[in-house]
Design a protein around this ligand. Structure first.
Ligand SMILES: *Cc1c(COP(=O)(O)O)cnc(C)c1O
Length: 231
């Protein structure tokens, strides 16, 4: 079942790439596995998926432990509380949701402690909707955060992540993706060889994200089916 879903999603991404003139190899899939069991993750791995995204630290750490026999890459995509930065730096290879300087500094210090020779891959989370409750850094403040994060030697800054506000009118969502892509290109100049990741697009809008330049799609429902828990 998951195998067929994954095949279908890969075909849909191919179609989206073709219609926007993009190379199919330029878009990767991150399987969002929050609420999914280790057994489900194993099945996804058997179908060729190696990158998994989690939102809840405790839940993730348990699965990372149970699946340590597989060569998986774990991405943290949830909101970051400062008391969780040690676990993030210790167990994950990627963190997509840095939105303030103090979190970047804490992750850097913890990574120095746990993996001194292996920098943590990070993205800065953009909040382009000007919603105050939402996590993410505004377009106005992103440059300062980027400059701060880039000088932290145990972090490798890969790009931006964004989640546009859901809207029944997809042109608003598209506009959010477009703005993120614009910033991604703009800051390539102060980026470096590692600046290669635009993490955007979820189950409902990934085709639009591909058209606007996403390089990493975060997909849960279309791969695993609807989530049954409250989250
Ligand atoms: C849950 C989640 C996803 C996946 O959502 P789907 O709609 O199930 O594809 C992607 N990104 C983030 C940040 C999430 O929290």
């Amino acid at each position: 079942m998951i195998h067929e879903q994954i095949q279908m999603v890969h075909r849909a991404i191919e179609v989206a790439c073709d219609s926007s003139g993009r190379d199919n190899g330029s878009v990767r899939v991150l399987a969002v596995s929050k609420t999914r069991s280790s057994a489900e993750i194993r099945l996804a791995y058997d179908s060729g998926i190696e990158n998994f995204g989690e939102n809840y630290v405790q839940e993730a750490v348990q699965k990372i432990h149970e699946l340590r026999d597989l060569p998986l890459t774990w991405h943290y995509i949830g909101g970051i509380q400062s008391n969780k930065t040690k676990d993030l730096a210790r167990y994950f290879q990627w963190v997509h949701s840095i939105d303030r300087a103090n979190i970047a500094s804490r992750l850097n210090a913890a990574r120095a402690e746990f993996r001194p020779n292996n920098p943590l891959n990070v993205c800065l989370q953009l909040n382009l909707d000007e919603e105050v409750q939402k996590s993410g850094v505004s377009a106005r403040d992103v440059e300062e955060l980027l400059r701060h994060t880039k000088q932290l030697t145990h972090l490798r800054v890969r790009g931006f992540m964004t989640i546009p506000k859901p809207n029944a009118d997809s042109s608003f969502v598209q506009e959010g993706f477009r703005q993120a892509a614009e910033l991604f290109r703009k800051y390539r100049d102060i980026g470096d060889d590692n600046w290669d990741t635009l993490s955007m697009g979820m189950s409902n809008d990934f085709a639009i994200a591909v058209a606007e330049g996403a390089t990493l799609l975060r997909l849960g429902t279309v791969l695993f089916g609807p989530r049954v828990s409250l989250q």
